[in-house]
Design a protein around this ligand. Structure first.
Ligand code: PLP
Length: 438
């Protein structure tokens, strides 16, 4: 399989280039020249299929000519000792829990596969691969956890001092081994600028083989297809009319769902749920894409004003907003609507959702109301599967404020609380990072 850039469909790259480079030189995004379709036998056998078997079949369809099957099998076996179960909310609403990985957010699915794939790609190289990543919290921990102890790869995480939660900081700074953390006396944007400058610096580039691990890497997107298939494997049968509701920021998760659908999974449609950063819902209603500066919300992992994967989505719909509208509906909510829904779900189901997932529930409820005529005929019932992108304890202050108590902290987090933080303190400015690396 070859990959093209969304900005130039005539130049093709290998899987290795796409994964190690992350972004094409023209600043577009890598897209597959074609999306593989799975055979009928796969769908005939899908019911009850476990996550690792699904991951292997899906990954093999994409990478069959690039990675040996035995390697793929051991990568997914190692990456996914956890599942993505469906939780019943009501007859037309399920939630899919994507937080059973080590860092309690769906980003573990992408980061754990990417780390093993990159590890395999560089294993015979003499030169180490150095991954530089700036984080506002969740991405850094998923990347650290994914790459921990992967031979031939070093990870350096930059995070803004005092701007990640105490638990998140522990998740970034207590690894040791091949993971290093730098605590930057500045903001997330300062960290990101330092990282971007490093990629452009000739001296650093000659000393290090540098790469990024951000969420637009194609090797983080493909593994995000896995749980869409795993959700379908838990349905009574594939004839159920089902849609996915995706709490979205940078729109990687939703793009992966579109890939899964093009691979043959009979998904009826998608509901894109955003917070006040509503660039994509606005595009769906007006036909105009207007990126903005992001505004801060309690669902901060979705505070994205210029979603990168929008360009992959328009590519899939041939730049036609009408085509995209047929498949994706958009809804957006403010913080007070988010809090009310967290409360409502807890009161009706004794189930705690984090702020991101609550926005998904809001969108599904409004979508159901809009489509009430279809809903009234029971033979035509329509199931919404809301992706639960993170565990509620990752957003403890707002969860506690709304439901009135602290949910139990899962063992993955408890294990880091007593570990000692190790971080290099640094002032902002690329030269400080460069001196440190040289
Ligand atoms: C990253 C993240 C999102 C947004 O996912 P995208 O793929 O960027 O749309 C939503 N919720 C949580 C908890 C996240 O960490």
């Amino acid at each position: 399989m070859k990959y093209y850039s969304t900005k130039n469909k005539n130049s093709f790259y290998s899987l290795r280039d796409a994964v190690i480079k992350g972004l094409p030189d023209d600043n577009g995004l890598f897209m597959p020249e074609s999306i593989p379709v799975l055979p009928k036998t796969f769908f005939d056998n899908l019911k009850g299929m476990d996550i690792r078997t699904i991951a292997y079949e899906v990954a093999n369809a994409w990478f069959v000519n690039d990675v040996p099957a035995s390697e793929l099998r051991s990568m997914v076996g190692d990456a996914y000792p956890f599942d993505a179960p469906l939780i019943y909310i009501d007859d037309e609403t399920y939630i899919q829990e994507l937080f059973h990985g080590p860092t309690l957010a769906f980003k573990d699915f992408g980061a754990r596969f990417m780390s093993r794939l990159m590890g395999w790609m560089v294993k015979d190289e003499k030169e180490k691969l150095t991954i530089l990543v700036a984080t506002s919290g969740d991405t850094g921990s998923a990347v650290a956890s994914g790459f921990f102890n992967v031979p031939g790869i070093e990870v350096i995480i930059l995070y803004p001092s005092g701007k990640v939660s105490a638990l998140q900081e522990k998740q970034l700074t207590t690894w040791g081994g091949n993971i290093r953390a730098i605590e930057v006396n500045g903001t997330f944007d300062d960290c990101q600028l330092m990282v971007k400058s490093a990629f452009l610096d000739p001296e650093l580039k000659s000393k290090y083989q540098l790469t990024s691990a951000n969420s637009i890497n194609i090797s983080r997107l493909v593994p995000q297809c896995f749980y869409y298939f795993r959700a379908a494997a838990q349905l009574k049968h594939l004839k159920t009319k089902f849609s996915f509701v995706v709490p979205s920021g940078n729109f990687g998760n939703l793009t992966a769902g579109l890939f899964a659908q093009r691979m043959g999974l009979p998904i009826h449609s998608f509901v894109a749920a955003t917070n006040a950063n509503a660039v994509v819902p606005e595009y769906l209603s007006s036909g105009k894409f207007g990126p903005k500066n992001s505004v801060a919300t309690i669902s901060n992992a979705m505070d994205v004003g210029n979603p990168s994967n929008f360009w992959r989505m328009t590519d899939l719909f041939h730049d036609s907003v009408e085509e995209m509208r047929k498949m994706i509906s958009g809804y957006s909510y403010n913080d007070s609507q988010t809090r009310s829904m967290m409360k409502a779900v807890y009161e009706s189901n004794h189930y705690i959702v984090d702020p991101h997932t609550a926005i998904g529930v809001c969108a599904w409820r409004d979508h159901q109301k809009k489509n009430v005529i279809a809903k009234s005929t029971t033979s035509n019932s329509h199931l919404g599967i809301i992706l639960e992108t993170a565990h509620p304890v990752k957003f403890l202050p707002s969860v506690k404020e709304v439901i009135g108590f602290e949910p139990e902290i899962p063992s993955q987090l408890l294990s880091v609380i007593d570990k000692e933080k190790v971080a290099e303190k640094m002032d902002t400015g690329f030269n400080n990072l460069k001196n440190y690396l040289m």
